[in-house]
Design a protein around this ligand. Structure first.
Ligand SMILES: Cc1ncc(COP(=O)(O)O)c(C=O)c1O
Length: 409
């Protein structure tokens, strides 16, 4: 039976037609997915009945909150296909996860060590390494991008050197939609004794996974892109590596023993959860991944692939010179399409699409300015899909773009 996105859409108050006056075709899911009612309810229920700080108090409420928090960790581990929940660290989001890694691993670097990232990274996977570069005199180098917007893995073999400590790349590009062949890269990285970090911000929404099979050492993502709340994310790391890493942030219940001269720290994951963690959001994130896992994920993937193709083919057929970024139709990509229209600025396109057609798009650099510089383009317009999007949304996008090009062209 064909996948029915309506069966997911009913779970979202914001998508039920009576909730809003104007038409809404929400195609900005790569920035933030909408949140189902059951996730909001799980957080309300927690804060209404079990609100208390975790890992601190010994009263009943504190114990219940701690148990709920640790159950949320186990639910995320299940979603990732990881057998040990202690490999799952709650963070503030993908950006926070990469910063924790950069600052912790950075303490283990020596001058002239190298970190290899790529030209198509989100700023969240560039800036933290540049900060460490300035502070410690390491080198940040960049894997080049192919003309069709993929990380050029053929160059990886000669660019990963004996001084390379970390290779940190996106698992799915938020601009070109290209998916990185993590398995191949992980072989090259491990042959040189380095660690592989995958930025999974755009691949985590694809449904339950077998993370260890990707061969990475670390993986980060954000809650709000997997139908969860803002302010929470995950850093997953292999335990044997995490346990030898120093904390990046200090304070709260990450300690074992505190002295005036020296302190010792708990084992992971708590070592990396300084201060009060995002308890309610963690419970929301667990509800979100459980909600997603209970859907027809295989059907969803096929459905999103079909809609992505429809967008690519539909835009190509519009007259007026639309250039689509990223891998060609037929190649694997995440469900988003970024494009440029000759002579039109993405911000103007987004404005017209919003005001006249109720289509929510994102325009600009998408926090990936170096990629746009490399491609010599002054921004792109991006349509990104999620489980509730349907053919009407794609029709609205394609008809709207036709109108937009007439008005602005
Ligand atoms: C590929 C990628 N990495 C990192 C991030 C940063 O995520 P956050 O702002 O949730 O920390 C994003 C957000 O759009 C992204 O798309």
């Amino acid at each position: 039976m064909a996948f029915d996105p309506g069966l997911a859409a009913v779970d979202f108050t914001i998508l039920r037609s009576q909730a809003r006056e104007e038409e809404l075709h929400y195609l900005d899911n790569a920035a933030m997915a909408l949140i189902p009612d059951c996730v909001i309810n799980a957080m309300v229920e927690h804060d209404t009945l079990r609100r208390s700080n975790v890992k601190r108090g010994s009263h009943r409420l504190a114990e219940e909150a701690t148990e709920a928090f640790e159950k949320a960790r186990a639910a995320v581990a299940d979603y990732l296909g990881v057998s040990d929940p202690d490999e799952v660290v709650f963070t503030g989001g993908a950006t926070a996860g990469i910063n924790i890694l950069a600052h912790s691993l950075g303490l283990m670097f020596e001058r002239n060590d190298e970190v290899l990232i790529s030209q198509l990274e989100h700023h969240s996977n560039i800036i933290p390494w540049q900060v460490i570069q300035q502070r410690q005199g390491i080198k940040v180098r960049y894997l080049p991008v192919t003309p069709d917007g993929r990380i050029n893995l053929e160059r990886a073999e000669d660019m990963i050197k004996s001084r390379t400590r970390i290779v940190s790349v996106t698992h799915g590009s938020n601009v070109t939609g290209a998916i990185t062949d993590a398995r191949t890269l992980s072989g090259l990285v491990h042959d040189r004794g380095a660690f592989l970090i995958l930025d999974g911000a755009q691949t985590a929404p694809g449904g339950p996974m077998d993370l260890p099979a990707l061969g990475a050492d670390f993986y980060v993502f954000s809650g709000h892109k997997v139908y969860g709340p803002t302010g929470v994310g995950i850093l997953w790391g292999r335990k044997e590596i995490l346990k030898n890493m120093p904390p990046a942030l200090g304070g709260g219940e990450m300690i074992q023993d505190v002295g005036l001269e020296k302190s010792t720290f708990l084992d992971p994951p708590h070592r990396f959860e300084a201060g009060t963690p995002p308890v309610t959001q963690a419970i929301g994130l667990a509800a979100a991944v459980k909600w997603l896992a209970a859907k027809d994920v295989k059907g969803m993937r096929g459905h999103l692939r079909r809609l992505t193709l429809r967008i690519m083919e539909g835009l190509t057929q519009l007259s007026g010179g639309i250039k689509i970024l990223g891998p060609e139709t037929g190649m694997e990509r995440i469900p988003l399409v970024s494009f440029c229209v000759e002579g039109l600025h993405p911000h103007d396109i987004c404005q017209v699409m919003n005001d006249r057609h109720g289509v929510a798009l994102r325009g600009g650099f998408h926090c990936a300015q170096p990629l746009h510089d490399f491609l010599k383009i002054d921004g792109t317009t991006r349509a990104s899909l999620a489980i509730y999007n349907n053919d009407n949304d794609v029709d609205a996008l394609l008809n709207g773009m036709e109108d937009c090009m007439k008005i602005l062209g």
